[in-house]
Design a protein around this ligand. Sequence first.
Ligand code: GLP
Length: 238
Amino acid sequence: MQITIVKSKEEAGKEAFKYVKEAIEKKEDSVLGLATGSTPEVLYEEMINSDVSFTEATAVNLDEYVGLDSDHPQSYHYFMEDQLFKHKPFKQTFVPDGTLGEEEAIKQYDDILEQHPIDIQVLGIGVNGHIGFNEPGTSFDSTTHKVQLTEETINSNKRYFDSIDDVPKTAYTMGIHSIMKADKIILMAFGKEKAQAIVQSLEGEVTEDVPASILQKHPDLVVILDEEAASELSSAKQ
Ligand code: GLP
């Protein structure tokens, strides 16, 4: 595991972009595992403002709310179009289909993942240590599945919706096993509210109670944190 602590989100975006660029330079048809949430926005800005072309690359996203179609402004489809794909074209992009029934949605996405093994996976983290929408208690062996979102996650994500009642209660997400199959993983986190999840995930016991703790076992994990998110780490305290 390699941990980089940076002074600002912008610097984190630049740092993360180095790895994405490197992957594309090595293999222009790389498969990028992408994430939503506010954390990776600085990376997407770097991608958009760069002269790197992604027209041969494939993007595979982590998750989607059940019931929201791609035109819904709070859907993750829409988020990705808006934040990245409409500015920087990819050869192909995939996000789980929130309009499909459970069985079909899961099968479709597992097939997509099988056909497009991820070279580099970008991750944010929830305040409870979730990755994608894999909430505490999710099996480390999980592949794509439907999840019941926790109150904590619904609360954190309500800022994007008019009211908490509008936040979907379920989502489709790549599983933890699917995430761990990526060749390289870049985990980013910013702010004091992520500090606890970060210390538990990176220095705590590897347990399904803290989904991101499994990342300790990944052979090529890069962690990019601002000082606040890193503030509970023992290495940062010395
Ligand atoms: C959502 C997403 C996660 C993301 C998390 C944190 O729950 N499913 O992939 O990591 O939010 O979001 P933020 O980056 O806005 O803190």
